[in-house]
Write a protein of this length. Structure first.
Length: 87
């Protein structure tokens, strides 16, 4: 569980940095990426909320949820990369 928590924390920090960089670019950028950005913002909020809940829980169920959160984080990361390329 500790390894998953570390992986998840690293991913969330990486996403936070990418999100901060892209937020300004999207605001000034192309209209067609703004819809993608809004969708990713909703996923980001879900990931943040779930991360807080998983940190409060332990055990096998938290491991399953943690793995699902890693997948969601990877999906957000790919979305950020797509937006970066479009800008």
């Amino acid at each position: 569980m500790a390894e998953l928590k570390e992986k998840l924390n690293d991913l969330v920090e990486e996403l936070r940095e990418a999100r901060d960089e892209l937020r300004v670019q999207v605001h000034l950028g192309k209209a067609e990426v703004k819809d993608d950005w809004e969708e990713l913002e909703h996923k980001w909020e879900r990931l943040r909320a779930r991360t807080e809940r998983v940190e409060e829980r332990a055990g096998e169920a938290a491991e399953d949820v943690g793995q699902a959160m890693v997948l969601l984080g990877e999906e957000i990361k790919k979305g950020y990369q797509k937006i970066r390329k479009a800008l």
